[in-house]
Design a protein around this ligand. Structure first.
Ligand SMILES: C=C1C[C@]23C[C@H]1CC[C@H]2[C@]1(C)CCC[C@@](C)(C(=O)O)[C@H]1[C@@H]3C(=O)O
Ligand code: AKG
Ligand code: FE2
Length: 377
């Protein structure tokens, strides 16, 4: 009988606070004036950030001649195979995304988070929905709150070429936000194209056809997330984003110039230094399942600091919601049985939004949850 997964109470998302609880409002400019931070933001000793961590040696993959030159393609597949079998993180440069588009995306992110709090609350994330504005997740979790504000919105890459991001901004915030919508529409389209190029690389490196994963993600229902980490007076007591593996398929992250991303590799936290010309790419749980565990979705977190705010752009590539996630035949053989059951991203996403706070065991917990909820398979 499978153990029924019920995360620790404090980790269980509060779907309904009812009217007996009003969530603490995370207003960093006010919170940071107080000598101490609210207890909900203080993490357990074993999870508090360590001050000095070593730098992770992350492979840098040059996409300039990828697919046009055999040697470059071989080198890229070798590097990606080594990194993804170990920790799932690598950098890509000469990626073809215009510097101006990246700087516009950072610029508009700053403008959004500088808006007055009531303005941001107009797009407040609704309970058990994955998109919208969230400040510190006070309405979702009762302890171990992250020191951050986020704004997430959907991107769909589909045949009718709809402008889902631009429409989201105009519908949710009004036509005055059309410039925001246009920039993030272009940015997400560039992220989707880059993701598909990386999917070709991943396919080649896993020994399946170059087009297999590209076709799988050609149409995608992805999530764009803007992360804003205010300065914190007690950076050694809290975390900007807690330790987790991304439940999604592939994450393409652009950090601003402030250090903060850390990955847990060889039993220690190691930082990935910001490089404005590079995107940080990591394998998520869903791609780990697609690769039948050959490539690893790795534990990572974000730390904060006393002096400066930090921002990051995270594009989460996700398959079409109801596409069945199962590894290709080439990755299955008699000595390598299936590691995870078939599932759809829509059910996995629902699991992370309604039942389980994503951490380092999300995919395992989800697999076990499916056995006790057969209607979800
Ligand atoms: C599908 C998702 C859930 C989260 C956003 C995307 C991919 C990463 C997930 C998350 C960042 C992992 C850490 C916990 C979390 C609650 C957070 O800190 O934001 C997660 C996101 C979420 O559930 O909103
Ligand atoms: O902000 C960062 O550097 C990492 C954020 C992250 O891991 C996430 O949003 O999933
Ligand atoms: Fe992450």
């Amino acid at each position: 009988m499978a153990v029924i997964i019920s995360p620790r109470e404090e980790d269980k998302p509060n779907i309904d606070l009812g009217n007996h609880q009003t969530p603490l409002i995370f207003n960093p400019s006010l919170l940071n004036l107080q000598p101490n931070i609210p207890i909900q933001f203080i993490w357990p000793d074993e999870q508090k950030p360590s001050i000095d961590v070593p730098e992770l040696d992350v492979p840098l993959i040059d996409l300039r001649n990828f697919l046009s030159d055999t040697d470059s393609t071989l080198e890229a597949t070798r590097l990606i195979s080594k990194a993804c079998s170990k920790h799932g993180f690598f950098l890509v440069v000469n990626h073809g995304v215009r510097e101006e588009l990246i700087s516009d995306a950072h610029d508009y992110m700053g403008r959004f988070f500088d808006l007055p709090f009531p303005e941001k609350q107009r797009v407040q994330r609704k309970p058990d929905e994955s998109c919208g504005y969230a400040s510190s997740f006070t309405s979702r979790f009762s302890t171990k709150l992250p020191w951050k504000e986020t704004f997430s919105f959907p991107f769909s890459n589909n045949k009718n070429r709809s402008k889902t991001v631009q429409d989201y901004f105009c519908d949710a915030l009004g036509h005055g936000f059309e410039p925001f919508g246009k920039v993030y529409q272009k940015y997400c389209e560039a992220m989707s194209s880059l993701s598909l190029m990386i999917m070709e690389l991943l396919g080649l490196s896993l020994g399946v056809s170059r087009d297999y994963f590209r076709e799988f993600f050609e149409e995608n229902d992805s999530i764009m997330r803007l992360n804003y980490y205010p300065p914190c007076q007690k950076p050694d007591l809290t975390l900007g984003t807690g330790p987790h593996c991304d439940p999604t398929s592939l994450t393409i992250l652009h950090q601003d110039h402030v250090n903060g991303l850390q990955v847990f590799v060889e039993n220690q936290w190691q930082s990935i230094r910001p490089n404005p010309k590079a995107f940080v790419v990591n394998i998520g749980d869903t791609f780990m399942a697609l690769s039948n565990n050959r490539y690893k979705s790795c534990l990572h977190r974000a730390v904060v600091n006393r002096e400066s705010e930090r921002k990051s752009l995270a594009f989460f590539l996700c398959p079409k919601k109801d596409r069945v996630v199962k590894p290709p035949g080439e990755l299955l053989d008699r000595i390598t049985p299936r590691k995870y059951p078939d599932f759809t991203w829509s059910v996995f996403l629902e699991f992370t939004q309604k039942h389980y706070r994503a951490d380092m065991n999300t995919l395992q917990a989800f697999s076990e949850w499916l056995t006790t909820n057969p209607s979800k398979t």
